[in-house]
Ligand binder design. Structure first.
Ligand SMILES: [Zn+2]
Length: 142
């Protein structure tokens, strides 16, 4: 018995190898679904052996090419989804880092306010230099 047949490419029903309706001793691959839109068209080609009929019925270069293209597109789609997830995760991470830096900056500004209160300008030159550097940094951020 011939190899397993692929289903009908038009209706996905079972395909059978039958005696060709017109050529004596020839075989045809026929969609077994009478309601298939191309039921009769599937049985028109005549093959010398049942094996040859199966081989030809299973040979579908366009379908194979389209399936290969579909698989490639599925892979691209999957890769894109992974990239989008990574970008989303990266954005969340960036936002968290930004929030942490803002909190650190707020704390530093509070400390500087306290330092200014307890060490007035001129009392400590190192502190004055550090505060001037800090304020220059703030001016650059604005
Ligand atoms: Zn069919």
């Amino acid at each position: 018995m011939p190899d397993e047949l692929k289903p009908c490419p038009f209706c996905a029903s079972e395909v059978g190898i039958v005696a060709h309706w017109r050529q004596e001793g020839a075989y045809a691959a026929l969609c077994l679904n009478n309601a298939c839109p191309v039921h009769f068209a599937t049985g028109t080609a005549a093959y010398s052996t049942p094996e040859r009929a199966v081989e030809c019925a299973n040979t579908r270069p366009l379908e194979d090419a389209l399936r290969a293209e579909l698989n490639t597109l599925r892979e691209i789609h999957q890769d894109t989804l992974v990239e989008v997830d990574m970008l989303g995760a990266d954005r969340i991470l960036q936002k968290e880092k930004q929030n942490a830096l803002r909190a650190r900056l707020t704390a530093a500004e509070a400390l500087i306010g306290i330092l200014k209160m307890y060490a007035p300008s001129g009392a400590n030159t190192q502190l004055d230099t550090a505060l001037a550097a800090w304020e220059a940094t703030n001016a650059n951020d604005a």
